[in-house]
Every structure is written in structure tokens, then in C-alpha cells.
Write a protein that binds this ligand. Structure first.
Ligand SMILES: *Cc1c(COP(=O)(O)O)cnc(C)c1O
Length: 386
């Protein structure tokens, strides 16, 4: 059998490995210079004045939600199609999730339906740039009362642009979060980051990622009894990224442009090949000058009419060494959320997108021939005749 093509995977090279080894040979495994250097590089990349790293993307979301100081009755709007963490962060701080419907053609928060989700209790919205395609942040912001906070879940969108600016520049949001899990654009194994324009928020998030404590004398609430003193001012966590991980991240982020360009080229090739496919429908494209970071390449297909079910298609593709995945199961249908009374009953866009989406292999090390192989299999398994 040919090599198995997963739907996504990391791209590491020798310079990444050397940098990690260099870190291991040095003085700092954590709390050292690589972390700060990586953070500066992230900030420059996303064109934000501040960025901090954390142990993973979920921790990044948790800290952003903590910093909102929500009450149990406060509501946060989250799209029903996303990875679990986008909603779970709201539950971590004990607030109420309000699931918003998504556009059936993109899987992105459906802005036409957003007003129905707003109430007097709405404190924040967590738009998700699903698949790497940016949500229209300007339009989103215009639909919200001025005090409503926007936290971008940009786990799929490092390297994407909304209009002229990189996602993460936070022109229309309080903060944006990123993930460096191996399937994402760049990896630190586990890892994440938050970018923001708000320096006070950044200070607070830095404290929260390290137990809520500070060693900075200028921040002390009590007089310092001596040089050993540190002060815990609120309840925080240990959500720090290690220097070993930051060393890897530094090598990775230098290749981001190159990774994104390769993803874009592969996506265009899929587009070209699949344009004439009798069953496959591509997701709606991003309007220029915005660009997608192409985290995933999903196809949409009406399986109720097609000769194969999605399950059959996925299993047949797997037999041929082609990995696919459905991104994502609607969050409100998870047993945990069902028990809280949620469902997708009144979310037709979510139901439709979930029923039709399937992510094909997409990662920078893929060859053009791999795209041809996937497309050939799709033409063979779903022949012309209806
Ligand atoms: C990956 C991901 C996260 C969480 O990131 P981790 O680093 O795995 O914790 C959050 N939101 C979305 C949309 C993701 O894809």
C-alpha cells in the first residue's frame, strides 16, 4: 500500500531539531530566553503590540475568559461548529454558552442570525475562523453593543488576513488565541498564544498563566519584607510554555509564510481538480483582500442523494491510504452539553454543515501528486451518474 496520507501533520526540519537540542544543552528548560523571543516573533507576525505564550490553545481561551470576570448568568456566544475548547472555556469560568448557528456554506458564525443570540446578558462572542477562513470581524463588531467583548478563536487562522491586516492584530477584538498543536500551522507539540493590543490585559494574562502571582515590586499590594517576596493577587494557573517548546516554535514560525503558501497552492489544486466533480461542492471562498490560512480543506457533499454515505466514503478512502476527518461534531450535541439542555434542533445551518463536511488531507509536505491521488479516488468512488 502507498504511504498513508493523514488529513494533517506537522512539518519539521533539521534546523527545528537543532534548535531544540541547543535549548536542551543550555541553562534554561523553562522560564528562559526562548519564550520571550518566540513571543516577540508571534507579535510581529500577527501585527499586534503584545503576545504571550501558554501551554496550549485551550489554556489561552481559558485565560481570556477568566480575564472577563464573568458572573454565572453572563452569556458568551460561540458557534455550534468548532472544536470543543471554543465552548468549554466558557464553562471553565462558570458562565453560560449560547450556541450560534453557522453558515451552511462556510461553517463560520452566521452573522445574519447573530442578533437572535444577543441578550442583556451577552458579555462576549468567540468567533472561530474555521478552516483558516476569517470571520467578517468588522461586520461582527458592528452588530454588537460597544461593551460586548470579542475573543477570536484563531487556532485555525495563524497566517490568515482579514482585509488588510493579519488575523491576531486584534483591530476588532480584545484578544485572539492560537494553538500550536501538531495539526495546526506551526507546532510546539502542545502550545498556544494570545495576542492583544491591550497592554494591561497582557499583564493580567501573564500573571494568570503563573498562579496569579508577581515578583514585580511595582505591582505589590503589600510592603515587601525582602528580596524573597512574591505576591499572589488572584487565583491563576500554571499555563506556561517551556523553553524547549518555544525553541521549536521559533524555528517553525520562520517558515510560516512558506507553509501558508504551500497550503494555498494545494488548496487551489484541489479546487481545480474538483471543480468538475459531479458531487463535491467546495466551501465558499474568502473575499479578497482577506485570505484564508487553509488549516483544513473541507469538501461539502449531499450524501442523502449521493451513491455513497459519508461513512462508506471515509472507509473506502482509508482503505486506499487516505485519511479524512469531519470537522466538527456540533458541540451542542455532545452528551455533556445535551445534559445541560442544548441541542442543534434550531440550528439548521449547523445541521447542514455537519451533515456535508469532510476534510481532505492538507499539509505543507504534501506533493501535487498526493492531491491528484485523493481527487482520483473521489472521482472513482463517486462516479458521474446521478
Ligand atoms: C486546536 C483548537 C483549539 C485548542 O487548541 P489546543 O492547543 O489543542 O488546546 C481551540 N479551538 C479550535 C478551533 C481548535 O482547532
Amino acid at each position: 500500500m502507498k504511504d498513508f496520507l493523514p488529513y494533517g501533520r506537522q512539518s519539521l526540519d533539521e534546523t527545528d531539531i537543532e534548535r531544540v537540542v541547543e535549548c536542551l544543552r543550555g541553562d534554561w528548560l523553562t522560564g528562559g530566553p526562548y519564550v520571550g523571543e518566540f513571543e516577540e516573533k508571534i507579535a510581529t507576525t500577527v501585527a499586534a503590540p503584545h503576545a504571550l505564550t501558554v501551554s496550549n490553545g485551550t489554556a489561552a481561551l481559558h485565560l481570556c475568559l477568566l480575564a472577563l470576570d464573568l458572573q454565572p448568568e453572563d452569556e458568551v456566544i460561540v458557534p455550534a461548529i468548532s472544536f470543543l475548547a471554543s465552548a468549554n472555556c466558557v464553562r471553565y469560568v462558570g458562565a453560560k454558552v449560547v450556541f450560534a448557528d453557522v453558515d451552511p456554506n462556510t461553517g463560520l458564525l452566521d452573522l445574519k442570525k447573530l442578533p437572535e443570540c444577543l441578550s442583556e446578558k451577552t458579555r462576549a462572542v468567540v468567533p472561530v475562523h474555521l478552516n483558516g477562513a476569517p470571520v467578517n470581524l468588522k461586520q461582527l463588531k458592528s452588530l454588537l453593543p460597544p461593551a460586548t467583548v470579542v475573543i477570536e478563536d484563531a487556532a485555525h487562522a495563524l497566517g490568515a488576513r482579514f482585509e488588510e491586516k493579519p488575523i491576531g492584530s486584534c483591530q476588532y477584538s480584545q484578544a485572539a488565541i492560537f494553538s500550536f498543536h501538531p495539526v495546526k500551522h506551526i507546532t510546539t507539540a502542545e502550545g498556544g498564544a494570545i495576542s492583544t493590543q491591550d497592554s494591561e490585559l497582557c499583564q493580567r494574562l501573564m500573571k494568570l498563566r503563573s498562579h496569579g502571582m508577581t515578583r514585580d515590586e511595582s505591582e505589590f499590594e503589600e510592603p515587601s519584607p525582602g528580596p524573597w517576596y512574591y505576591e499572589m493577587q488572584e487565583l491563576g494557573f500554571n499555563y506556561r510554555l517551556s523553553d524547549i517548546q518555544a525553541a521549536l516554535g521559533l524555528g517553525q514560525i520562520q517558515k510560516l509564510r512558506q507553509f501558508i503558501e504551500r497550503r494555498q497552492a494545494l488548496a487551489s489544486l484541489y479546487d481545480q481538480r474538483l471543480q468538475v466533480h459531479p458531487w463535491v461542492r467546495p466551501i465558499t471562498r474568502v473575499n479578497p483582500p482577506s485570505t484564508s490560512a487553509w488549516h483544513l480543506y473541507p469538501i461539502l457533499l449531499d450524501y442523502t442523494a449521493a451513491p455513497l454515505s459519508r461513512k462508506e466514503l471515509m472507509l473506502e478512502l482509508r482503505k486506499e491510504g487516505i485519511g479524512t476527518q469531519v470537522h466538527y461534531l456540533p458541540i451542542p450535541d455532545q452528551p455533556y452539553y445535551r445534559k445541560l439542555g442544548y441541542s442543534t434542533q434550531s440550528l439548521p445551518g449547523t445541521q447542514s454543515y455537519y451533515a456535508q463536511a469532510l476534510s481532505l488531507p492538507l499539509f505543507p509536505a504534501m506533493q501535487d501528486a498526493d492531491v491528484d491521488r485523493v481527487c482520483a479516488a473521489l472521482f472513482r468512488l463517486l462516479p458521474q451518474s446521478r
